[in-house]
Design a protein around this ligand. Sequence first.
Ligand SMILES: NC(=O)c1ccc[n+]([C@@H]2O[C@H](COP(=O)([O-])OP(=O)(O)OC[C@H]3O[C@@H](n4cnc5c(N)ncnc54)[C@H](OP(=O)(O)O)[C@@H]3O)[C@@H](O)[C@H]2O)c1
Length: 330
Amino acid sequence: MENTAEAATGAAHDSPKPRLHAVRHERAEVIPERLAVVTGGNKGIGLEVCRQLALQGVTVILTARDERRGKDAADSLRSESKLPNLIFHQLDVRCDTSVTSLAQYIESRYGKLDILVNNAAISGIVADEEGLKALNIDAETWTSGRAANLLKEVFQNTYDEAFNCLNTNYYGCKRVTEALLPLLKLSTSGARIVNCSSLASELKRMPNEKLRNDLCNINIWDEDRIEAVLKTFLEDLKNGRLEEAGWPMMLPTYSVSKMVINLYTRIMARRYPEMRINCVRPGFVKTDLCWNLGVLTPEQGARGPVMLALLPDDGPTGCYFDQTEMVKVW
Ligand SMILES: NC(=O)c1ccc[n+]([C@@H]2O[C@H](COP(=O)([O-])OP(=O)(O)OC[C@H]3O[C@@H](n4cnc5c(N)ncnc54)[C@H](OP(=O)(O)O)[C@@H]3O)[C@@H](O)[C@H]2O)c1
């Protein structure tokens, strides 16, 4: 696909709906009471979400874009944590064919899905990792957003990385959610969708006042409007106008991708009131995504997503959580 803002917006529209009956897999002998899919499950928080859900008796499909990394992760969880209820399936959230293949697999084998954890993400930055280490930024400076100026020295905000980031963090989440929705609608235990968000998504981080106010008003948003905003963002990036146009300057693309994840969560929660659909900030966790600068363990970071994946039927929906606490950010 052509690497332009238009292609980024088209990335969502062009996704064909999966043809759920095209490939048959053997039916599972026992259909699990609760079946979960976790995206980006081969490491970091996603791997821990898989482990914690499987420990709670959920049958987990650990997915990863790389077959080898995913299989190795699933094998070690199965053996070290003694979790036979863990299955691997390849899933690249940027690839329509891969998403369709997962939907077909679940449809033929299980005929339903109960939990979807949209965890896969990238930073949208080309980082000079040695330079970053040398800056020795403490967690407080990082999470407050005050590090933005310092980071200009070591972070490159390239158009290609920004494009990939939006295509993974937002369009990837949307692509997977849309493909698996028909199966979530057939959930026997009550469908749950958990979208991984971030502190970077919070509206106090958005300098552009008009957009900040708009982001508070869910009534004006749908997927088309989100795409239009992302297209403007990419255009401003291409034209070197991010700061002037009032976009967040600490990890700009990542922040914007998570702001729209929050919107998408609220849109979907309104559209499917019978499901519990929420987004969560896992905390500042020591993983590759944040160059291992975080202070929490992946085990701690997974607690919020896992709690939301296991919400009772009368639990909240359309809400934002800071780890396990519901907070008002819009
Ligand atoms: N760590 C934090 O402090 C922090 C803070 C706020 C929010 N979060 C959110 O928490 C979630 C997990 O992040 P993490 O910290 O655990 O990061 P991580 O360790 O870097 O893991 C990210 C995962 O996403 C996968 N991924 C990337 N692109 C993908 C694609 N196209 N298709 C499928 N999988 C893909 C990665 O696979 P590969 O191994 O193949 O790259 C990896 O498994 C993310 O949504 C992140 O935004 C993290």
